[in-house]
Design a protein around this ligand. Structure first.
Ligand SMILES: N[C@@H](CCC(=O)N[C@@H](CS)C(=O)NCC(=O)O)C(=O)O
Length: 216
């Protein structure tokens, strides 16, 4: 059965692939699963029909027959469990890959989102100048730790996995800030992810929505 995901009708990132449907598209492309996309406007996301799919009125969602999922991490995990290619067969390696999925979303993404949110929504606050270096330090602390662990490896735990897929999408949120430039191994890691053919197909598909070239 072909799953349907939701994505922004008009992404605020102007097609830079930062919206979280990108993770789901990339996972589907990695495993070779075709998918449909239903585009939603900001107001539609807050309507009851969409909230029945996503209680928090956000994208992405995932529908496959009777199954409805929300939360990009849960959706990527579901895809990785149902198809070969995103999680190792060996039980311990699989558990470690899943650990990296959680690390990407629970440990690395929060300080990056906090920094992005402050820059976007809190610039005019009197306390912004004081808070900014604190948020930047929290991001750098995580990047230092991640960079030390990755070292000169290609991926976080030997073969590419759903953990890398999520981590790369999380780190890409820093692209515009230039923060990653201080971490050559993390920059190269993100570039390796972006060079994967499945990533490129997913990126092009979400960009086509923004440029108006999308047929779905
Ligand atoms: N933790 C959720 C976050 C979902 C999320 O923040 N989605 C954003 C787009 S990337 C959204 O829909 N923002 C619009 C809104 O919250 O009103 C996930 O990973 O799926």
């Amino acid at each position: 059965m072909t799953p349907t995901i939701t994505a922004f009708e008009r992404s605020p990132d102007r097609g830079r692939g930062l919206a979280r449907d990108m993770r789901v598209r990339w996972a589907l492309e990695e495993v070779g699963q075709p998918y449909e996309v239903r585009l939603v406007s900001f107001s539609e996301m807050k309507e009851p029909a969409h909230r029945r799919l996503h209680p928090f009125g956000q994208i992405p969602t995932y529908e496959e027959g009777d199954l409805v999922l929300f939360e990009s991490g849960a959706i990527v995990f579901h895809i990785a469990e149902r198809h070969a290619g995103l999680l190792p067969d060996n039980a311990n390696a699989r558990a470690r890959a899943i650990t990296w999925m959680f690390a990407a979303l629970n440990t690395v993404e929060p300080p990056i989102v906090d920094l992005g949110t402050a820059a976007l929504l809190e610039r005019d606050k009197t306390w912004y100048a004081e808070r900014l270096p604190v948020l930047q330090d929290r991001v750098r602390e995580r990047l230092d730790q991640l960079s030390n662990r990755l070292g000169d490896a290609d991926w976080l735990d030997e073969a590419f996995s759903a953990g890398d897929l999520l981590m790369v999408t999380v780190l890409r949120r820093l692209n515009a800030s230039g923060t990653l430039e201080a971490y050559p191994n993390l920059s190269a890691y993100v570039a390796r992810g972006e060079a994967r053919p499945a990533y490129k197909r997913a990126f092009d598909a979400q960009l086509a929505v923004f440029t108006g070239a999308s047929t779905r």
